[in-house]
Write a protein of this length. Structure first.
Length: 790
């Protein structure tokens, strides 16, 4: 988020100890040194550039009034490219001022051409509102910026369409409102000079693929009116942003990635909590279930929450202003509570200087916490991600990150909160016990030496393409020339729509046959989303995508929503809703499913002797058949209850590898151990895939078997959990050697004996993590890696 309007809370009281000294004291506490790596991220002096000569004096003066003395080099470079008419993406770090890169050319154009218009897209209404404030604060005459989204009163909409020249909206509104109503927008679209796409890295997976086609529909409507707008995109630092945004827009995009904004130095430590002695699982005072973390697995390492709480207490005791990022709200409260207790034991009332921060607080409560932190009354804050913070908290002395936040981009964003101007700061990543965290703390090069992840999307997904073409046809008949715009697979998708009776082919093109427009939800995946409703109040708590609903919302399921516990009374599939009541039982629930997979077609393969690597379409059939209730404190199984839910089919994209039984035998895997070996390799491979693709392990599924009827060999499948695929399996196939190498190393380097959540156990296993063989999984992966070309 790049908001120049957000208030910035910055350092108050004097400096604490130097980060290196602080870290030395922290790591000296236990018997074993938990620090696996220390990286020194040097300070960077900013490099500014002169204002572009084309920027009118009025605009420069407006920015100067807002405190921008001169643009940084990357801002000027991107702005110049955009002004020359090139599509450009600026992909740089947090708080590097990406807004200026698009505001400069867009606003200069609006001032120079009194008819020109600009369309700005943000992934959330809040960000659009933020940007509106920033643009409005420049007080430029004739720009008339306005938000146009679901909250805009009907009475204001017409005025905005007619008079605003800088419209801020989101892809959903563009899809549901602006494009279907293009006739009313013709004046605006005809004069459209720039399309700004902010935080464009959030358009990934199936959602991103939908947005890619919404943008093609926008380009088509603009072209009908004779406009060819320039696209300016802003992204968090991401891998190969030119290619990703090229896929998103369908246009050639130039990337500006050299961040020239100034930055304070950071000492960054990777921290692995120690293994607990055997049979000490009761020593974890934090029930993992309470945090939504690995609830079904016995604790093997000291929990990351516990470790973070101790670190928070220690830094606060040193007088160091510290922010701890925890993934769940409940987790943040647990960290704060434990830190407070530890501090009070040491010095009475010191605990009062630590608090938890969660989104649910009232505005006044939030402001009070922020004020207290600013003035140093408060020294430690445990929070979920910072976007929930009402102000931009920067300039802290230390940042603790409890668990890898999923992407290097988020990691840098969180670590970026540390460091007052001109002063060194400390950042610590505390590993949770899962394969990815374990891998990362032992492979610092994967964090510090690697470019951040590429944003993955697949506009050719037929499950996205067909409905989007239906929307396009509703807006205006499709012509053969349009097919090229929508890219690979468009012709097949149109034929399919004709065969299904949705489109009619005429000599002039393809026509939408119905009165009503097609119902397409950009964010709904895997069937209609299921609404979670509190029975007693009728309050909508949220939605769960159809694909996960059987797992998470079956009758009797304990469902965590923003850290609060509910129990499901009834899952009504016909109505697409689950009725729940607030309750915090002392057990957790774990759905079991049976999965079947058949290969539909092979898209691509690598024949590597005894090993085969494949990419193709598969049909996955799965049925949630029962669930277990387990005691939170001990993990003890209370009972297993049957469920009566229908089986579901998913046509999707998978990557899979096969091995010959002979090669496994040669590698020393006994026939009886093959299932456990493949199963363990599958779990770890799924856990490591987020390293290669911007997905969550919950976006992907897997299946392993010692003999699959379609491959006639021992096989491990990893598939996209979204109809038609989301690009994750494709990415895995494209980087197979690197992906499986990382998987192998993560397993081999885990200090456990027989497998743990840090390596081969999975929190979402439908088979209760049985069978699993850690040593044999390494042998399996060695066979694959020896044979597979790098
Ligand atoms: Zn392990
Ligand atoms: Zn499993």
């Amino acid at each position: 988020m790049e908001s120049s309007s957000a208030a910035t809370v910055s350092a108050g009281p004097g400096p604490g100890p130097a980060p290196v000294d602080l870290l030395r004291r922290l790591r000296a506490r236990g018997a074993a040194d938990p620090v696996t790596h220390v990286e020194r991220v040097p300070a960077r002096a900013g490099a500014s550039a002169p204002w572009p000569s084309w920027a009118p004096a009025e605009l420069r003066a407006a920015f100067t009034r807002r405190g921008v003395v001169a643009p940084w080099q990357h801002q000027a470079e991107a702005a110049n490219l955009a002004y020359e008419g090139q599509h450009v993406v600026v992909a740089t770090g947090t708080a590097s001022g990406k807004s200026l890169a698009y505001q400069l050319p867009a606003l200069a154009t609006l001032l120079a051409d009194p008819r020109a218009t600009v369309l700005y897209l943000a992934p959330t209404k809040a960000l659009a509102a933020d940007q509106l404030r920033a643009v409005a604060a420049l007080e430029l005459e004739g720009v008339r910026p306005a938000c146009y989204d679901g909250d805009t009163p009907r009475t204001e909409r017409e005025w905005i369409r007619r008079h605003s020249r800088f419209v801020l909206t989101n892809p959903d509104m563009l899809h549901h409102g602006i494009l279907p109503g293009h006739a009313q927008w013709s004046g605006f679209l005809r004069r459209l000079a720039y399309v700004v796409i902010d935080e464009c890295h959030t358009y990934r997976g199936v959602f991103g693929s939908h947005v890619a086609h919404v943008l093609r529909r926008l380009r088509r409507q603009c072209a009908r009116f004779g406009a060819t707008p320039v696209f300016v995109l802003a992204s968090a630092t991401s891998g190969d942003p030119a290619t990703a945004t090229g896929r998103l827009t369908g246009l050639p995009v130039t990337a500006v990635t050299e961040d020239a904004s100034p930055r304070g130095g950071v000492t960054f430590a990777l921290w692995e909590p120690p293994l607990l002695p055997p049979d000490s699982n009761s020593s974890s005072p934090v029930p993992p279930q309470a945090t939504g973390d690995h609830d079904d697995l016995r604790q093997v390492r000291r929990s990351a929450l516990r470790e973070t709480a101790d670190l928070l207490a220690d830094t606060v005791a040193e007088g160091v202003r510290t922010l701890a990022f925890v993934r769940s709200r409940k987790g943040a409260e647990v960290v704060a509570a434990n830190a407070r207790r530890a501090l009070d034991d040491a010095v009475p009332e010191l605990g009062d200087r630590v608090a938890a921060y969660r989104g649910g607080y009232l505005r006044e409560e939030r402001r009070e916490l922020e004020r207290a932190l600013l003035h140093g009354d408060l020294l430690g804050l445990a929070s979920t991600n910072a976007l929930e913070l009402g102000v931009d908290l920067v300039g802290l002395d230390a940042v603790l990150i409890c668990g890898y936040p999923g992407t290097r981009a988020s990691l840098w964003q969180q670590a970026g909160r540390a460091g007052r101007s001109g002063q060194e700061a400390l950042a610590v990543l505390v590993a949770r016990d899962d394969p990815l965290d374990t891998y990362l703390v032992h492979h610092p090069e994967a964090i510090f030496g690697a470019p951040v992840e590429a944003t993955v999307l697949d506009p050719a997904n037929p499950y996205v393409l067909a409905p989007q073409l239906a929307c396009a046809a509703f807006e205006a008949p499709l012509t053969p020339a349009d097919l090229a715009l929508f890219g690979d697979g468009a012709k097949e998708a149109v034929d399919q729509l004709v065969a299904a009776g949705a489109l009619r082919q005429r000599p002039t093109g393809w026509y939408w046959r119905h009165r009503e427009r097609p119902e397409v939800d950009l964010r709904g995946e895997g069937g209609a989303p299921v609404a979670v409703v509190e029975s007693s109040t009728g309050r909508l708590l949220g939605t769960v995508d159809g694909g996960s609903s059987h797992f998470l919302l079956h009758s009797g399921a304990v469902y965590l929503h923003q850290g609060v516990s509910y129990v499901v009374d009834q899952l009504d599939l016909a109505d697409g809703c689950a009725l729940v009541h607030a309750e915090e039982p002392d057990w957790s629930t774990h759905a079991r499913d049976v999965t079947d997979l058949s290969v539909v077609s092979v898209r691509s393969y690598v024949d590597a002797g005894p090993v085969g690597m494949f990419l193709g379409e598969v049909d996955v059939t799965s049925q949630v058949v029962s669930y277990q209730r387990r005691r939170i404190a001990t993990g003890e199984v209370i009972d297993t209850r049957p469920l009566d839910l229908p089986a579901r089919e998913l046509r999707t994209v998978a990557v899979w590898f096969t091995l010959s039984p002979q090669s496994l035998a040669l590698a020393g895997v006994q026939p009886a151990d093959v299932p456990g070996a493949l199963h363990a390799a599958e779990h770890a491979a799924i856990g490591l895939l987020p390293l290669m693709a911007t997905c969550d392990r919950w976006d992907i599924g897997g299946l392993s078997t010692a003999l699959h009827p379609d491959t006639e060999a021992p096989t491990v499948f990893v598939y996209d959990g979204h109809p038609g695929g989301a690009g994750f399996a494709e990415r895995a196939y494209g980087t197979a050697a690197a992906w499986l190498r990382a998987t192998r190393d993560a397993i081999a380097e885990c200090g456990c004996e027989t497998g743990c959540p840090s390596c081969v156990q999975s929190p979402k296993c439908g088979n209760g993590n049985n069978p699993l063989s850690k040593p044999d999984a390494i042998r399996v992966l060695d066979v694959v890696l020896t044979n597979l070309p790098a």
